[in-house]
Unconditional design. Structure first.
Length: 213
């Protein structure tokens, strides 16, 4: 598999210009943007992206400003491959001030717009979450492997402390003939959090605790 890049073009940011796959020669192109070799947009008539995108990274820098819509923050988000600016306005800024800190790992949902000033892209956020919120919102299944360490009373006591969430719990059962998940009743659903995962890892070992998103 070869990544295709036109001569004299800057390296792509967050996308590939094209990929050639073998056997044979099949070329895949997707995620193209309307800029030139220097990554500057050549038209002011670009249509904004209406479907929201999600991205994750570390907050590299934060700038707080006043705008016509009140206080706002401009984050520089770094995912180790590129950096992008994320704008957070008004109520969302005030609601998430504790999360908007340098070196914080976050997941952002928002819409992508061309930045006329820099010639690049800018994202206007409508949601920002730290890792704890991501776990709580998107964890679908907590899978536990407890062969040889079964203790139903201990498991019940531990899960009860984090009851009331939306994440199902399943016990991974294995024997000589195969393996399967045994899902616990809906009443056993939990809020997945760091303390819960730490407690389970201490008891069962980290390799036996899996969160499925």
């Amino acid at each position: 598999m070869n990544v295709l890049l036109p001569p004299n073009w800057a390296p792509p940011i967050g996308y590939a210009n094209g990929i050639a796959a073998r056997p044979g020669r099949i070329v895949f192109v997707a995620g193209q943007v309307g800029w030139d070799a220097q990554q500057h947009f050549q038209s002011a008539d670009l249509v904004p992206q209406f479907e929201p995108v999600m991205l994750a990274g570390v907050i590299y820098g934060v700038t707080v400003r006043n705008s016509r819509r009140g206080r706002m923050a401009v984050l520089t988000l770094d995912d180790a491959t590129a950096r992008v600016e994320v704008v957070i306005y008004g109520e969302l800024f005030h609601e998430k001030r504790a999360v908007i800190q340098e070196d914080q790992v976050v997941v952002v949902r928002g819409k992508v717009f061309p930045d006329e000033f820099s010639g690049g892209l800018r994202i206007t956020a409508d949601q920002i979450m730290d890792l704890a919120e991501v776990r709580a919102a998107h964890a679908r299944l907590l899978r536990l492997c407890i062969n040889g360490q079964a203790d139903s009373a201990k498991l019940k006591a531990l899960l009860t402390q984090y009851a009331g969430g939306q994440c199902y719990v399943a016990i991974r059962y294995r024997n000589a003939k195969g393996e399967c998940d045994i899902r616990l009743p809906e009443s056993c659903r939990v809020k997945v959090s760091g303390p819960l995962l730490d407690s389970l890892a201490e008891w069962l070992d980290e390799k036996n605790v899996e969160v499925v998103y």
